[in-house]
Design a protein. Structure first.
Length: 125
């Protein structure tokens, strides 16, 4: 069950959650990717991608300590929305020619989306 819902049962810290660790890895990959963007995009698309990526593990961390189910689910839902926002930015980056090959990142996004969905489902009453 721990792998299915992101490891929530035995987690003492958000850092113990597999879903958070996967999201954190994705953030690092996005930072590496956007470092190669054109200089003119450093404060445009690159920053938007980084902001959306960072929002995912940050909201998982925040939601981890929320006591109320409704608050927790709302914050986890924000993480899901940020992940989909990032998915769009990756599509746009590819269409603009800033990213040539995105299948590995898309795979990470898909895996994280599935994990986050299961994690959220495990926290529903």
């Amino acid at each position: 069950m721990a792998a299915r819902n992101g490891g929530a049962e035995k987690a003492r810290s958000f850092q113990d959650l597999l879903v958070w660790r996967k999201a954190h890895s994705l953030v690092k990959a996005i930072y590496r990717l956007t470092q190669r963007f054109p200089v003119g995009e450093r404060f445009g698309l690159a920053m938007q991608m980084r902001r959306a990526a960072v929002s995912v593990p940050a909201n998982i961390a925040e939601g981890f300590k929320k006591r109320g189910v409704k608050d927790r689910l709302n914050i986890f839902n924000i993480a899901q929305g940020s992940l989909e926002e990032l998915r769009y930015y990756l599509i746009l980056s590819r269409d603009l020619g800033y990213v040539v090959e995105s299948s590995e990142l898309e795979g990470q996004l898909d895996e994280l989306a599935r994990m986050l969905h299961a994690f959220v489902a495990a926290h529903r009453p």
